[in-house]
Design a protein around this ligand. Sequence first.
Ligand code: RB5
Length: 149
Amino acid sequence: MKIAIGSDHGGLALKEAIKPFLIEQGHEVVDFGTATTDSCDYPIYGQRVGEAVSFGDCDRGIAICGTGLGISMAVNKVPGIRGALCTNEFMAEMSREHNDANVLVLGARVLGEGLAMRIVKIWLETEFGGDRHQRRIDGITAIEKKYSK
Ligand code: RB5
């Protein structure tokens, strides 16, 4: 898969650790920054990752900030994005199987690196369940359409 990845300064170290892991697993990685530990604003990187997935340039995205909260709020403002902040393996699995999440959101100051890698692996390997879950995804999309100009 072609995976968009982005973080603010709070997520930089985890982003850099995840990149080689993704490549090792056979994925292509597109890094949307940030590239330094200088303080920066997470909405910029959430928007970049979200747009790469929403526009179809990348298959999936991974967005990281300190808690995962801010960049989750940002990425979910991009139409077509279902960004899931996951703090454990079960959430990672369900976010794919039930919610067809297309962006995984991680909090670098919340997770240890080992757990984060397991979350990433499970999230990438789990398929969407479809069926009744699709009806619920359609419900999310209907809300988005109602409020988009
Ligand atoms: C940056 O200090 C921090 O606020 C950010 O990484 C994130 O945790 C925001 O939700």
